[in-house]
Design a protein around this ligand. Structure first.
Ligand code: ADP
Ligand code: MG
Length: 345
């Protein structure tokens, strides 16, 4: 549905916001663009929308090259972080605005706007102005405005980031359900890895105007392609430890582990294992990282345990009820079937 080839954007002044990007997004897909601030997410979205012209490369939507087409010819609807509602218009007129631009007759566009408003539980608010709405309601009006004109593609730029934590979770579920019902191809920008994992069919992790990895939430969570993705994805940071192959064993933070395929004596690597895939033993084992419990954090149904040994820090998530005492000697056991080895460390 969306096809990007060699997409590059260099801003006046020399910032290379997009660097030779190739990406295919499928029909009906919920696709997340994830990355830290400044990595080029908004620029990519605005380039798909036609609000930025690429320095080089092409954008196609639905098989048609739209690289030089104005935004109005692309059949996309964009929802911005700040919603960009018109303060002097009531809810109906805000929702109907894109239909007005498309010259849909007044009665028809008001009917369509009211129907969309009903779908987003906004029927009671049609004659209010944005200033009289809560943040969550404004967010739904912005969504309704995007939905009303039934575009081929939704483009969302951090649409949930101005909501407080609880509303944000509600809005996320709502958005996912709406997208499923409508089946519209959606590109969703976020810097929140949890949001991307929860919502997306596939995720592109961006770094410095490039795509570090494109994959399903399970792929980027379980098999991050590099150390950047490994440290960016996950609600607790992945344990990343230096390791070295010596005498047929992989030595990492006091543990001796089997040597992964492809490594040989003398190789230096970074060993990665998520706290969720790290268990704790109260008796010594050679394949575990020894240390002492320095911090216990209650996660609700589990505890995040921080284990220290000199300069080495390892974290483990243990089920409620099985957490050790602070100060206890423990051995943090990596699940070897979930561990990763990076040569770039
Ligand atoms: P993100 O949305 O991931 O935070 P942006 O796409 O907004 O990132 O920005 C990517 C890079 O491009 C940043 O370094 C930013 O400062 C720069 N940039 C964005 N817009 C412009 C602009 N209009 N002029 C110059 N530099 C820009
Ligand atoms: Mg942005």
């Amino acid at each position: 549905m969306i096809s990007l080839h060699g997409l590059t954007k260099v801003f006046p002044g020399g910032v290379r916001a997009l660097d030779d990007l190739d990406l295919e997004i499928g029909d009906g897909e919920f696709f997340a663009l994830l990355g830290p601030s400044g990595c080029g997410k908004t620029t990519l979205l605005r380039t798909i929308a036609g609000l930025e012209t690429p320095t080089s490369g092409t954008v196609a939507i639905g098989g048609t090259d739209v690289t030089n087409a104005p935004p109005g010819r692309r059949d996309v609807a964009m929802v911005f972080q700040d919603y960009a509602l018109f303060p002097h218009m009531d809810v109906v007129d805000n929702i109907a605005y894109p239909l007005r631009i498309k010259k849909v007759p007044r009665a028809e566009r008001r009917a369509k706007a009211a129907e969309t408003a009903a779908r987003l539980s906004l029927s009671e608010l049609l004659d209010r102005r944005p200033g009289q709405l809560s943040g969550g309601q404004q967010q739904r009006v912005a969504l309704a405005r995007a939905v009303a004109c039934r575009p081929k593609v939704f483009l969302f730029d951090e649409p949930l980031s101005n909501l407080d934590a609880r509303l944000r979770l509600e809005a996320r579920t709502f958005l996912k359900r709406l997208q499923r019902e409508l089946g519209v191809t959606t590109v969703f920008v976020t810097h929140d890895q949890g949001e991307a994992l929860a919502l997306a069919d596939r995720i592109a992790v961006m770094s410095g105007g490039r795509l570090a990895q494109v994959g399903t939430p399970a792929e980027v969570f379980q098999r991050p392609a590099d150390l950047f993705v490994a440290s960016f994805i996950g609600s607790t940071p992945m344990n990343l430890l230096p390791g070295r192959v010596v005498d047929g064993g992989l030595h990492v933070a006091g543990a001796t582990l089997p040597v992964p395929a492809g490594l040989a004596d003398g190789d230096e690597i970074t060993y990665g294992v998520r706290p969720e895939y790290t268990d704790l033993s109260t008796t010594p084992r050679p394949d575990a990282f020894p240390g002492h419990v320095v911090v216990l954090e209650n996660l609700g149904t589990a505890h995040l345990v921080t284990v220290e040994n000199g300069d080495t820090i390892v974290q483990a998530v243990v089920p409620e009820g099985s957490e050790p005492e602070p100060g206890a000697a423990v051995w943090a056991v990596p699940r070897q079937d979930r561990a990763l080895v990076y040569r770039d460390g």
